[in-house]
Write a protein that binds this ligand. Structure first.
Ligand code: ADP
Ligand code: MG
Length: 794
């Protein structure tokens, strides 16, 4: 209804006498012609019968706001108008021409309809061709004048023609019926304001048959109605960084007059997310600063006596990190610190000593790992460590070392400092924890999330914490606070082996303080790393066999396959979800993740088959992937640990940080598909024992062996350098792989820009300095809350 109305009104306005009628009509249709809010459903604007509406809704674009924030990915430059005679092959151009004749034919062989038109201007004539858009013949009637924008192609016969040009009617003569408008409703209204031709034309991510033209049309309808956009970035910031105000930015990102305008708008939107993220992380930091935590005295002499009895000397940065942690724990406000160091750099001992210090102060530690396998491993490490200290004989302080507990989904163990370890019932275990009888408890996040009530939780250690975004961390803290008997917030120590680039550290992890372990313990054997092109595969397998004969074990990591490259292949793997083919399928992040997982699984299964049937039929091979049950995974890992398997074929996402010292070969399939940081991490899983270790980076093609990225790994001394490089080369999405940060794509992309990250951080610091709770700036406060919810939802 509205759809007709707008077009008729548009034509009436041009014939001036009707202005009054137009205004009267506006009045009559007052409600629908009013400004639209961001929440206004799109159908109220484009009309329930618009052919684009259903497709937009299918993409999740349901409101005016959704549409306005559906940004173009690029712009086609049709600013310059050419005469037909000027056109050169290959040129992107707009011509203004009249339609001389139009006809439609069908190619039955190619199953398509072809519309051909002859267009003419003063300089000459040209043919235009459209495939499978039969409705065009209804619109482009002979005699009509239009702008045609597209590529001047050249036929086999050497004739220049316009291939599938976008068009926009220039003039609609009075009395012409409304069906003169093409099915997308191509921009007639106003006549002088073009949206598809003669300007910078936005090109949107096109999906499910929804063309950029359709989206442009809808966007134009929205702009005509005057969307209500409320600025929320403080003026001072807008001025300081010269960002366009919201209303202009929204218009400019869709319909810019110049590329500079578009870029300025885009920068503003990138800044928005970073700025909000900074406010949230900094507020989180401030919030923690106001909370109370148990102040724990660091008994330096006692710590020194422990260190003296370790079988090794801590590296300088282990010492420094430990000191930073202990100092934080002395404060009456919660520590929130990230301990970062390469795989094998010795983070566990630092955390263990912190747990000892907490126990000595009468507080409990929850030591949490992402998987039960890792939790068990930490428990074992610390148990052995205690036993080492005991057998050393020396007395220390008040005697006994703290009891350790391990809680898994199936069982519970207690190890008393005096060397006794025993399996107990979960009920008994929980009762002991609640009574304060187990000072250090190992487990997964279930420890805090549901199962256990601590008496006096003083320290929470989280291994491989980069899997969490800022809101998850905040939630964990809140939960931890409630499991501390006195309602105090415990100190937090996170550990991660993923080298996090500085920009991410300052944004996604901006709520954390950082301790770095920068060197590996002395005496580690370097891992010999080789790039192996396809013709080197045989040698690599021979080498694997020899190592296995010597008793060593092998990891084979299979690649993530980019769903964009091989959706067709994957279609069978994603249950209940039909795939439309690479060009048209919706590429929502969730969908891409699902596809990536499916493809990765496929590649693991294939590799497993190949190795166990063809290559090493005599060896013991197991497979590990994310779709196995936790119990099955644990079982496989345990057996691999116990040397019941020679080769473990695994996906890239499971069991980061697993420590199998007897594994000496890391073979990475499709190495070119992985990020640098990831490759670096995989390699770190070998070289942890006494054996010389090897890493093979298998490439899919011979040419990829020359890949500069892979070569960087060979030279890499340090993971941080690589992480920065990786971020620059592939962007943060790739950096994190499957990790969910909860950040929208725009923000993820913006994280590539260190300058913008810095600006956003400075701006957020300034704002919060003046107004920590944002109570003086309700619009900003509201926006921050919305963003927080969004981060949480993703
Ligand atoms: P990660 O940082 O990857 O968690 P771990 O804490 O598992 O590393 O330490 C890897 C191995 O190095 C462990 O066996 C640990 O006992 C040992 N280790 C830790 N610190 C030192 C050190 N300073 N000197 C020698 N070995 C060490
Ligand atoms: Mg570790």
């Amino acid at each position: 209804m509205l759809y007709y109305f707008t077009n008729i009104a548009g034509s009436l306005v041009k014939s001036k006498p009707s202005v009054h009628f137009f205004l009267a009509a506006c009045y009559t249709y007052g409600k629908s012609m009013a400004h639209v809010a961001l929440e206004t459903p799109l159908f109220e604007v484009v009309g329930a019968r618009s052919p684009s509406l259903r497709r937009l809704e299918k993409m999740g674009v349901k409101t005016v706001g959704d549409l306005l924030w559906h940004f173009p990915t690029r712009y086609e430059d049709f600013t310059k108008t050419y005469s037909i005679a000027e056109l050169e092959p290959g040129q992107m151009a707009t011509v203004r021409a009249a339609v001389e004749d139009v006809h439609t034919r069908h190619s039955f062989r190619r199953h398509m309809s072809i519309v051909e038109a002859t267009l003419a201007d003063d300089s000459g004539s040209i043919r235009a061709v459209w495939f499978n858009q039969p409705y065009i013949a209804n619109t482009l009637r002979p005699g009509r004048e239009a702008n045609f924008a597209g590529k001047a192609a050249i036929s086999d016969e050497g004739e220049i023609y316009l291939n599938n040009p976008t068009y926009e009617l220039v003039r609609l003569r009075p009395g012409m019926s409304r069906d003169g408008v093409d099915a997308d409703g191509g921009g007639v209204g106003g006549g002088q304001e073009f949206n598809h031709t003669g300007r910078l034309v936005p090109v949107y991510p096109e999906t499910q048959g929804l063309t950029s033209r359709g989206i442009r049309f809808a966007a134009q309808q929205v702009f005509r109605r005057g969307p209500i956009l409320k600025e929320w970035i403080p003026d001072a910031i807008l001025n300081e960084f010269q960002f366009p105000p919201l209303e202009k930015a929204v218009r400019d990102i869709h319909f810019p007059r110049t590329i500079d305008e578009a870029n300025a708008a885009r920068e503003r939107f990138s800044f928005e997310d970073l700025f909000l993220l900074q406010i949230i992380t900094l507020q989180e930091k401030l919030r923690l600063g106001t909370k109370h935590a148990p102040s724990m005295k660091a008994d330096v002499e006692w710590i020194k006596s422990l260190l003296a009895r370790l079988p090794f000397e801590l590296t300088p940065s282990q010492k420094k990190s430990l000191w930073e942690v202990l100092q934080d724990m002395e404060r009456a406000h919660p520590m929130n610190r990230l301990l970062q160091g390469d795989v094998g750099s010795g983070k566990t001992i630092v955390a263990a000593l912190a747990a000892f210090a907490a126990a000595r102060n009468g507080f409990q530690t929850a030591f949490m790992a992402p998987t039960e396998i890792l939790a068990r491993q930490h428990f074992e490490t610390m148990r052995k460590f205690e036993e080492g200290l005991k057998s050393d004989g020396a007395e220390h302080g008040d005697g006994a070392l703290p009891a350790l507990g391990l809680l898994t989904s199936s069982s519970a163990f207690i190890h008393y400092g005096d060397g006794l370890a025993s399996r107990v019932s979960k009920t008994e275990f929980n009762a002991k924890v609640t009574a304060g009888g187990i000072p250090v408890v190992f487990g997964t996040h279930a420890l805090i999330q549901r199962s256990v009530n601590f008496k006096e939780l003083g320290l929470v250690v989280i291994d491989e914490q980069h899997r969490f975004g800022v809101t998850q961390r905040a939630e964990l803290l809140t939960k931890a606070a409630s499991s501390n008997g006195r309602g105090m917030v415990p100190h937090f120590l996170s550990m991660s082996a993923t080298p996090i680039p500085r920009t991410l550290m300052l944004s996604i992890f901006g709520d954390l303080d950082l301790s770095l372990i920068t060197e590996l313990p002395a005496g580690r054997k370097p891992i010999e790393t080789k790039i192996v092109p396809p013709d080197g595969r045989k040698d690599a397998y021979n080498f694997v066999r020899k190592e296995v004969e010597k008793g060593r074990q092998v990891f084979v990591i299979c690649p993530r396959i980019d769903p964009a490259e091989s959706e067709d292949e994957a279609s069978g793997a994603v249950a209940g979800d039909s795939v439309q083919g690479p060009a048209t399928a919706a590429k929502s992040p969730a969908r891409m993740r699902a596809l990536a997982t499916a493809l990765e699984l496929k590649s693991v299964k294939e590799e497993f088959e190949k190795l166990s049937k063809d290559v090493f039929p005599d060896l013991r091979i197991a497979m590990l992937h994310g779709q196995m049950k936790a119990k099955e995974k644990e079982d496989v890992m345990k057996r691999f640990n116990d040397r019941e398997y020679d080769i473990l074929v695994s996906t890239s996402v499971v069991e980061v940080g697993v420590d199998v010292p007897n594994a000496s070969i890391m073979l990475i399939e499709g190495a070119e598909r992985f990020g640098l940081a990831q490759l670096y991490q995989f390699r770190g899983r070998v070289g942890r024992g006494e054996h010389a270790s090897h890493c093979f980076l298998m490439t899919t093609t011979a040419a990829q062996a020359a890949n500069a990225r892979l070569k960087a790994i060979l030279e890499a001394r340090n993971g941080f350098e690589l992480a920065e490089k990786d971020l620059a080369l592939r962007g943060p999405g790739q950096f994190f792989g499957q990790v969910q940060t909860g950040l929208p794509d725009v923000a993820m992309e913006a994280l590539r820009d260190p300058e913008l990250v810095k600006r956003s951080r400075d701006a957020a610091i300034n704002v919060l300095k003046a107004d920590p709770s944002l109570k003086k700036d309700p619009p900003l406060k509201k926006k921050v809350e919305e963003f927080r919810k969004k981060l949480h939802r993703e």
